[in-house]
Design a protein around this ligand. Structure first.
Ligand code: HEM
Length: 538
């Protein structure tokens, strides 16, 4: 027996599904028998009852009855496209990943999404957008599962069910669909003030992108890169759209949501069909990895913090072009299973407690959403490399495994020992000293600052953009029924900016409270901007 390479008996990777599915001159049953008629059931006489014997009726209706799978628990509404990522080689000194070598060309699949709406919701809801990219590299799949906002609502993944429960429609009436316009949402973000950082981006024009093609993308967390020598650095990933960043106004969003709820997915598909292929540069902010996880006072393990680009400039390491629409929405856009744990050699995770929870959650949810443990065999999820994983059986198994010994080492199948390949492209976790080894449930004090970057963001906006932010808070909070929640959110805004708080308070007919947190020095000084490039790629 040879090595037990898993071979799929379904659609081979890279082959369009329509090339093999539902082909042929005649209609057949699912088991291939040619059909004479698919419009009339078999009945006891032309006007009599249908017969249980009608296997075609039962097969056709029964399969239809089971067409639906659960929508994603978050990011249910999405649109996707295929394309290619070409690296410029600028990352060669910091990352060993082969797909980042100069000139390397890697197929990608990207799914854009809203977070909170259900699968049939409107594209132009005020919300965060998902920006998930799969690189089918020659070292396995690498998934960069990001958003269009560089910070997140919460600092620890254990709160993710809570923030999503607060943002989804109320459990009694399942309204409102407009996620930011209700009591539980504002209750959560005013009680968990770490969420103010993300919320102000939602209230800004970033919450209403003009197009997926004009959105930035962010890896959000800090990741650890390793080069061939094992030297490491800490990075933040950024996607920069070649078309620039553009939004719609609130009024445009309202009109488009009514006139064309498919506004964003139509725009993406139409652009690609017309040959106007959207492009993004992938860039990194590179920080030294001195193992304490801070950079210039910013805790890089806190996902509610960004690193200002004036401080550490984004350096481009490659460009992505999306040039092919999916052939089948269900097979590709719906069945794709991204996972931040899909890593390749040279790219590793950090101890960001939000990321740590994500490493568990995606694989876990996909067991339910995709019906068992074998979704990696689906064409859209198959890596473009031979798979030799020793996994066996399970629901929806479509591979015919060879060999008798799915364990290593073994003396029957001539199986490779684990060590084979370790020096040649295997994934090696970067060794890291874990400083505090006391088991405890608490956040570090460096996670305590919930406001200074929120102020920095607000004060970096132009007057028009600030007007939009004031209008958004005013509109959304006016929809919040409970006055104590509105008052508590105003108290949070007072710690962001007194002017912002006063304007929103006036619009709500409430008093503007005083700040309770002393303002931090939020100005980015020229001296700070000069440290940019201090850890250059070359
Ligand atoms: C789905 C991004 C935090 C759990 C997604 C998707 C994106 C995303 C883009 C959609 C993927 C697709 O298009 O199929 C992010 C970002 C986060 C974050 C950028 C923070 C920086 C979390 C956390 C958890 C979580 C903390 C759980 C602890 C999930 C789950 C799904 C999902 C369960 C559905 C996956 C599926 O059904 O395939 N996330 N997420 N996410 N996320 Fe997150």
């Amino acid at each position: 027996a040879g090595p037990d390479t898993v071979t799929a008996t379904g659609v081979p990777t890279g082959v369009a599904p329509e090339a093999v599915a539902q082909q042929g001159k005649y209609l057949t049953t699912a088991h291939g028998t040619r059909l004479r008629d698919s419009d009339h059931s078999l009945r006891a006489g032309a006007r009599g009852p249908a017969l249980l014997q009608d296997h075609h009726l039962r097969e056709k209706v029964s399969h239809f009855d089971h067409e639906r799978i659960p929508e994603r628990v978050v990011h249910a509404r999405g649109a996707a496209a295929h394309g290619t990522f070409v690296a410029n080689g600028a990352a060669r000194n910091i990352c060993a990943a082969r797909f980042l070598r100069r000139g390397a060309s890697t197929p990608v699949f990207v799914r854009f999404s809203t977070v909170l709406g259900s699968r049939g919701s409107a594209d132009l809801a005020r919300d965060t957008r998902g920006f998930a990219t799969r690189f089918y590299t020659d070292e396995g799949n690498y998934d960069l599962v990001g958003n269009n906002i560089p910070v997140f609502f919460i600092q620890d993944g254990i709160k993710f069910p809570d923030v999503i429960h607060a943002g989804k429609p109320h459990p009694d009436r399942e309204i409102p669909q407009a996620q930011s316009a209700h009591d539980t949402f504002w209750d959560f973000v005013s009680l968990h003030t770490e969420a103010q950082a993300h919320t102000i981006w939602n209230m800004s024009d970033r919450g209403l992108p003009r197009s997926f093609r004009t959105m930035e993308g962010f890896g959000v967390h800090t990741f650890r890169l390793a080069n061939a020598k094992g030297d490491t650095s800490l990075v933040k990933f950024h996607w920069k759209p070649r078309l620039g960043v553009h939004s719609v106004t609130w009024e445009e969003a309202q009109l488009a949501s009514g006139a064309d709820p498919d506004y964003h997915r139509r725009d993406l598909a139409d652009a690609i069909e017309a040959g106007a292929y959207p492009q993004w540069d992938l860039g990194v902010q590179v920080m030294p990895d001195d193992q304490d996880g801070y950079y210039e006072g910013i805790d890089l393990l806190d996902p509610t913090k960004f690193v200002p680009e004036e401080q550490v400039p984004v350096q481009v390491i490659g460009t992505m072009t999306l040039d092919r629409n999916p052939t089948n929405y269900f097979a590709e856009t719906e069945q794709v299973a991204f996972n931040p744990a899909n890593l390749v050699p040279g790219i590793d995770v950090t101890n960001d407690p939000l990321l740590q929870a994500r490493l568990f959650s995606y694989l876990d949810t996909q067991l339910t959403r995709l019906g068992g443990p074998n979704w990696n065999q689906l064409p859209i999820n198959r890596a473009h490399v031979p798979i030799n994983d020793m996994l066996r059986d399970g629901f929806h198994q479509s591979a015919v495994h060879g060999g008798v010994a799915p364990y290593r080492p073994n003396s029957l199948d001539g199986g490779c020992p684990f060590t084979a390949g370790a020096k040649d492209g295997a994934f090696i976790e970067v060794p890291e000293t874990v400083a505090e080894s006391v088991k405890e449930r608490r956040a570090p004090t460096s996670f305590d600052d919930h406001f200074s970057q929120v102020s920095l963001f607000y004060r970096s906006m132009t007057p028009v953009e600030q007007d939009h932010i004031v209008a958004a808070y005013s509109f959304e909070l006016a929809k919040c029924f409970e006055e104590p929640i509105r008052v508590r959110q105003l108290a949070a805004l007072a710690n962001v900016d007194a002017g912002l708080c006063a304007r929103v308070a006036q619009s709500l007919g409430l008093d503007a409270p005083e700040a309770t947190v002393p303002p931090a020095d939020q100005e980015v000084s020229p001296a700070l901007s000069q440290v940019g490039g201090r850890w250059p790629l070359d």
